[in-house]
Write a protein that binds this ligand. Structure first.
Ligand code: FPP
Ligand code: MG
Length: 259
């Protein structure tokens, strides 16, 4: 379990080192990002190193099923990032495409972390499935809330600038809902303004304010809590234990976190 948690922490950290390069992000967890301190090349190499170190741990575990799970999840994460890239500045992105992106880039890793715990403990297939289901739904809820906080939080609380997704050309669910209710032509006008890089700081602030005061926020929050409920239902199928209780609490954390 110790080696496994190290492995997942390495993959997670590697993916964020690379993600900040892809997103040109200068802040991570309230501190200058690795790419900001050491440059893009060092951040990419650092990510590669951690990823290689994670693979070495998987090999040490001498468990082919685990190695298979890990390679599948890495492919899915990269597919998620590719899909996100394809939809950069795509103001017509569908909710289905958005859900596919967040499932692949975020939820699959959390699902695999949960499944693999059951795997190395030689749990039965049903337990593995329930834990995987828990991780997947929790992961979706996490990313929904992360994308919501990008509109509702403040940089001090969130540790990264608010409105950053929009600046990066990421059209996330709050904006998808907001745009779907605009008057005809208004969506195209906004898309044009933000795509053309002509938008000023004030345009970003205005749009963030409009999304904030729109029903989209409540809609996304309630969807996130439905995913948490689904996650807890899956976990509820397993026998009660201190571990299960700790995992359950993660749901509340995800829905109430400010950062
Ligand atoms: C953060 O999303 C990024 C991810 C959840 C996944 C990143 C995955 C990769 C770069 C591919 C896999 C690479 C390796 C080496 C394993 P975000 O940008 O929405 O979140 P943020 O606001 O915290 O940056
Ligand atoms: Mg990012």
């Amino acid at each position: 379990i110790y080696r496994l948690s190290t492995l997942f922490e390495y993959v997670h950290a590697a993916s964020l080192l690379h993600d900040d390069v892809l997103d040109n992000a200068d802040l991570r967890r309230s501190k200058p990002s690795a790419r900001q301190v050491w440059g893009n090349s060092a951040a990419v190499l650092g990510g590669d190193f951690l990823y290689a170190a994670a693979s070495a741990i998987a090999v040490e575990c001498k468990d082919l099923e685990l190695i298979q799970l890990l390679s599948d999840v890495l492919k899915r994460m990269v597919e998620g990032q590719f899909l996100e890239l394809e939809h950069t500045h795509d103001w017509k992105i569908t909710k289905t495409a958005y859900m596919e992106i967040i499932t692949a880039k975020t939820a699959t890793l959390i699902a695999a972390a949960c499944t693999s715990g059951a795997m190395v403990a030689h749990a039965d297939d049903k337990t593995m499935r329930h834990l995987g289901e828990f991780g997947l739904n929790l992961g979706i809820a996490f990313q929904l809330m992360d994308d919501l906080l990008d509109y509702t939080s403040s940089q001090e609380a969130f540790g990264k600038p608010v409105g950053k997704d929009l600046k990066e050309g990421k059209i996330t669910l709050p904006l998808v809902y907001f745009v779907s209710e605009l008057e005809k032509g208004e969506g195209e006008r906004l898309a044009e303004l933000f795509k053309s890089q002509k938008a000023k700081d004030k345009d970003y602030e205005d749009l963030v304010r409009r999304v904030r005061t729109h029903g989209a926020i409540e809609r996304v929050r309630s969807e996130a809590s439905e995913y948490v409920e689904r996650a807890c239902e899956a976990l509820g199928l397993l026998p009660d234990s201190p571990g299960r209780r700790s995992l359950m609490e993660l749901g509340t954390y995800i829905l109430t976190r400010r950062r």
